[in-house]
Ligand binder design. Structure first.
Ligand code: FE2
Length: 298
């Protein structure tokens, strides 16, 4: 019996006990403390069931407007997703393709942590191949693939261009210009290469940096217009009034999820699509999977 079945059984059993109490079942003579414990167990079961069955499959689309003089009209739409953590069994792959294609992006970017299991590479590449973008699709590796599967061909034949210390200049139909740079977060040579390119670049052109994690933001703040990252999963499990419990970022909760303005650079930390791999429970709570849309315009 899987963890999900245990949670469901616990939730249903506690729900039944509480229902009997509410409906005046005379056999249920408990103290207030025991009833309180039943109620607490019911709530825990409900939250766990939500975290296991509902929230991991419920993608949220967030739209961020960015106004800048660096982009000519009518602007550009960038769609960002991250941390797909594909498992052998598909979860959000087909839904993600449908949502992104319906948004009609000019540029699509992915910021790493592609797989939980190398056997899921077919799912991952099929998903990437089906995503459509008018001007280009770009990716960087996450710490997972960079350290565990550095030689694996994750992006070949998918239409995604891997940016490892490289910069690409994208030009829109109406002359809009977007510079996209990407680093491999685990390779200092990749970060050095991007820093050199930024120094040599034109600061009057809108520049986006892709980096798997937010940990390099304070190094690049003020040098790029938009810094897109993932990695934290928004904690994957968050608490009311507190937010992420664990972020695996060197900054802790400082850049746990969402939008931040850091010395003139807009940092956005996407909560990702999938969930942490290995033996970690596949749950999300108050940290829905996310696709982010950036409408960059004058
Ligand atoms: Fe991740």
């Amino acid at each position: 019996m899987g963890a999900g079945s245990v949670l469901l059984a616990m939730f249903l059993a506690e729900g039944w006990v509480l229902w009997m109490a509410v409906s005046g079942w005379r056999g249920a003579k408990h103290t207030r403390l025991v009833w309180g414990l039943h109620g607490f167990a019911f709530l825990i079961g409900a939250a766990a069931g939500w975290a296991y069955f509902v929230e991991p499959n419920w993608i949220e689309v967030n739209t961020i407007q960015i106004q800048t003089d660096k982009i000519t009209k009518p602007g550009l739409r960038i769609v960002h997703f991250s941390d797909t953590h594909c498992d052998v069994k598909k979860r959000n792959e087909d839904k993600l393709v449908r949502i992104i294609n319906s948004l009609e992006p000019d540029v699509v970017v992915f910021t790493g942590d592609s797989l939980n299991d190398t056997r899921a590479i077919g799912n991952f590449k099929e998903m990437l191949s089906k995503i459509k973008a008018k001007l280009g699709k770009f990716a960087v590796k996450g710490n997972f693939e960079s350290s565990l599967w550095s030689e694996m061909d994750l992006f070949g034949s998918t239409g995604f261009e891997l940016l490892d210390g490289r910069a690409v200049r994208v030009t829109g139909e109406d002359g809009q210009v977007l510079n996209v740079l990407g680093v491999d977060c685990m390779r200092s040579s990749s970060i050095y290469s991007v820093r050199q390119k930024l120094l040599a670049g034109d600061s009057n052109e809108f520049t986006v940096l892709l980096d798997h994690w937010p940990d390099d933001i304070e190094m690049f703040a003020g040098q790029v217009d938009l810094y897109l990252a993932g990695h934290t999963h928004g904690g994957q499990v968050a608490m009311p009034f507190y937010g992420a419990i664990i972020t695996f970022s060197k900054f802790g909760k400082k850049y746990e999820a969402g939008r931040y303005d850091v010395n003139g650079t807009t940092l956005y930390v996407n909560r990702g699509i999938g969930m942490e791999g290995a033996k970690a429970p596949r749950i999300r709570f108050m940290a829905r999977p996310e696709i982010t849309v950036f409408d960059v315009s004058r």
